[in-house]
Design a protein around this ligand. Structure first.
Ligand code: AMP
Length: 281
């Protein structure tokens, strides 16, 4: 692995907080792209955006154990650090990569427990107990270590973006910038979890997202949109033999259920062969 690090000339690899602090000290316009690795074009679009607006770009690769509410999900989460480093190197847009160990992030210093408001316990927060508490905790720690001017995150994980923005706003002088979802030609959103799907599952994922694109159009004329979506949800579950956790239209500014197609998105979470996928349009 260390041999591999030496082959990257313009990307500096940082394995702990101390080397990160030292390396970043001279710079004051830093863009940060936090990831859990298994790098794909969605991640690369965030890096590209950071590179356009910031002097230096730092990417973190850290599979945060605290945000997994399911042990099996954590164990099977795709990891391929060698391939990730190669992909990131090719972009020539990454100045630093932070690959910390768990103890570098979650050291002994006790922090007050992060709590999600009751009104925010919707969508993924309702089904993945403790997930966003883990996300906010790691984003709090990473932000205080990296001290970036801007953080780039994907709209693919819209609720995550919403909660992180809200949480960091009051604590740090850092702007969180949401970036558009990158999709395959068949409309499936790129996701590290797609690696866990079979060809048949990926075809099914494409069928589902195309149905949702169509649904977003026809829902305009429905009187009670979320009531209609409930019927569609159970029809889709029966027809495709899948488990859909939610299919809801929500306002993009407060994530409340909405009956107005403007300023709203359709949010979906479903399982394919035990793999949980989310998307929004
Ligand atoms: P992850 O490695 O899955 O934690 O994702 C790291 C960042 O990449 C998050 O801000 C995600 O929202 C973002 N991301 C993941 N998939 C996509 C995608 N298809 N398009 C754009 N951003 C994405």
């Amino acid at each position: 692995m260390f041999y591999l690090f030496r082959t990257f000339t313009q990307m500096k690899i940082l394995l702990n907080k101390t080397s990160l602090t030292k390396s970043l000290r001279p710079f004051n316009d830093i863009g940060f792209v936090p990831t859990m690795g298994s790098i794909h074009k969605g991640h690369l679009s965030l890096i590209n955006r950071s590179n356009q607006v910031c002097d230096k770009t730092i990417v973190s690769i850290f599979v945060n154990p605290k945000q997994f509410n399911n042990r099996r999900d954590f164990k099977t989460y795709p990891k391929n650090i060698k391939k990730d480093l190669k992909l990131l190197n090719i972009t020539k847009q990454v100045d630093f990569i932070y690959i910390p160990k768990v103890k570098d992030i979650f050291n002994n210093n006790k922090k007050p427990k992060i709590k999600i408001n009751k009104k925010d316990k919707i969508l993924c927060a309702k089904f993945r107990i403790g997930h966003f508490e883990g996300v906010l905790d790691v984003m709090d720690r990473l932000t205080s270590i990296v001290k970036p001017n801007k953080i780039f995150m994907g709209e693919k994980d819209f609720q995550q973006l919403f909660l992180v923005k809200k949480f960091l706003k009051n604590k740090y002088n850092t702007e969180v910038i949401g970036c558009q979802t990158v999709r395959e030609k068949n409309k499936v959103a790129l996701s590290s979890r797609n690696h866990l799907l079979s060809k048949e599952n990926l075809t099914l994922a494409s069928i589902i997202i195309k149905k949702i694109i169509y649904l977003k159009k026809i829902i305009k004329i429905k009187k009670n949109k979320n009531k209609y979506l409930k019927t569609v949800k159970s029809d889709l579950e029966k027809k495709l033999n899948i488990n859909i956790e939610y299919l809801e239209l929500r306002n993009i500014y407060n994530l409340k259920l909405s009956n107005d197609i403007n300023k709203s998105r359709l949010f979906v979470a479903y399982y394919l062969n035990g793999v949980r996928l989310i998307d929004n349009l």
